[in-house]
Write a protein that binds this ligand. Structure first.
Ligand SMILES: [Zn+2]
Length: 264
C-alpha cells in the first residue's frame, strides 16, 4: 500500500534491522503437491529477479559510492498492474519453510522495498513472489505527512513492523469506513475503498510462531489491502469507480452522488 510520504523520502533508504532468526521446527501441515506447485512458481519468479531488479538500491548507498566492499545487491522492483502475479491467488508458505534462508531473504527484500518506496504495506506478489506473505508498518514520520485532522479521521496510529505469513482475516463488528487508497503497483492513482473498520488477523511470524492480533482504523485497512493482494485482488477491483483519480487530483471534489470519505 502506498504511503502519503513525499517523493523526497524515496531517496532515503532504511534497511531492515530484522534479520533471519533462529526458530523451532514446526509441524509440516500442508500437502506436498500444492507445495511443489508453489515452490515451482516461486522459483520461476525468483529466476526473474536479476533481470528485473534494476531500480532500487540496497543498504549502503554511501558505502558503494566510496567503493568500500563489494557492490550492494539490488532489490526487486515493485511489480506493476498488468502482471498476472497480481491477479492470481498466492500460495501458502509451508510452515516448515518459513525459517529457511530463501523465505527469510524474501521477507528481508519485501521490508527493504516497502521502506525504499516508501509505503506502509507490501504483499509478496508485488515483488513477483506468489506466496502468502505481507509486511506492514506505519510510523510517526509517515503520518506527519497528512493533516492531523485526516490522521484522526482515518484512525491512523503508528505501529511497529509486522511480518505475517499465511494471514487469515476475520471481520470484527459491523462498522465500515471509506477512504482513498493507493498502491505501489498502481503508481500515481487513488480510489475510494470501503472496508471493515476492525479486523482480527491470524497467521505466522517470520520465526514461524503463531500470530493473532486485532487491528482497527488505518492498520486494519492496510491489512485488508495487503491480504487482498494475496487473493489476486487490487483496490481498483473494489473501489468506487467514480472516485478514481490521479494522486495530483486527490483533493478535487468528488462527483455529485459519489459517497464521501469517512465512517459508513
Ligand atoms: Zn497494494
Amino acid at each position: 500500500m502506498a504511503s502519503r510520504a513525499p517523493p523526497a523520502l524515496a531517496a532515503r533508504y532504511a534497511h531492515s534491522s530484522v534479520g533471519a532468526r533462529a526458530c523451532t521446527n514446526r509441524p509440516y501441515l500442508l500437502q506436498r503437491n500444492s507445495l511443489a506447485s508453489a515452490w515451482k512458481r516461486a522459483v520461476l519468479r525468483l529466476a526473474h529477479w536479476p533481470a528485473s531488479a534494476r531500480a532500487l538500491p540496497r543498504k549502503g548507498v554511501a558505502f558503494s559510492f566510496f567503493k568500500i566492499g563489494s557492490p550492494a545487491p539490488k532489490l526487486p522492483e515493485v511489480v506493476k498492474a498488468g502482471d498476472p502475479v497480481l491477479n492470481e491467488p498466492a500460495d501458502p508458505v509451508p510452515l516448515s519453510e518459513i525459517c529457511t534462508p530463501r523465505i527469510q531473504e524474501i521477507i528481508d527484500n519485501m521490508i527493504a522495498v516497502m521502506r525504499a518506496v516508501p509505503g506502509v504495506g507490501l504483499a509478496a506478489p508485488q515483488t513477483g513472489i506468489p506466496l502468502q506473505i505481507i509486511v506492514l508498518e506505519d510510523t510517526k514520520e509517515y503520518i506527519s505527512y497528512v493533516s492531523e485532522e485526516e490522521a484522526n479521521l482515518q484512525q491512523r496510529i503508528p505501529f511497529d513492523l509486522l511480518v505475517i505469513c499465511n494471514p487469515i482475516l476475520k471481520p470484527l463488528g459491523t462498522c465500515r469506513a471509506r477512504f482513498f487508497e493507493g498502491c505501489m503497483s498502481i503508481e500515481g492513482y487513488r480510489g475510494l475503498v470501503e472496508r471493515q473498520l476492525e479486523v482480527e488477523v491470524s497467521g505466522f511470524g517470520r520465526d514461524g510462531s503463531p500470530i493473532k492480533l486485532q487491528a482497527s482504523g488505518w492498520q486494519a485497512r492496510i491489512l485488508q489491502h495487503e491480504c487482498d493482494h494475496l487473493k489476486g485482488e487490487l483496490y481498483v477491483d473494489k473501489m468506487l469507480p467514480k472516485s478514481f483519480r490521479t494522486s495530483a487530483n486527490l483533493r478535487l471534489p468528488l462527483a455529485s452522488g459519489c459517497p464521501k470519505p469517512g465512517l459508513c
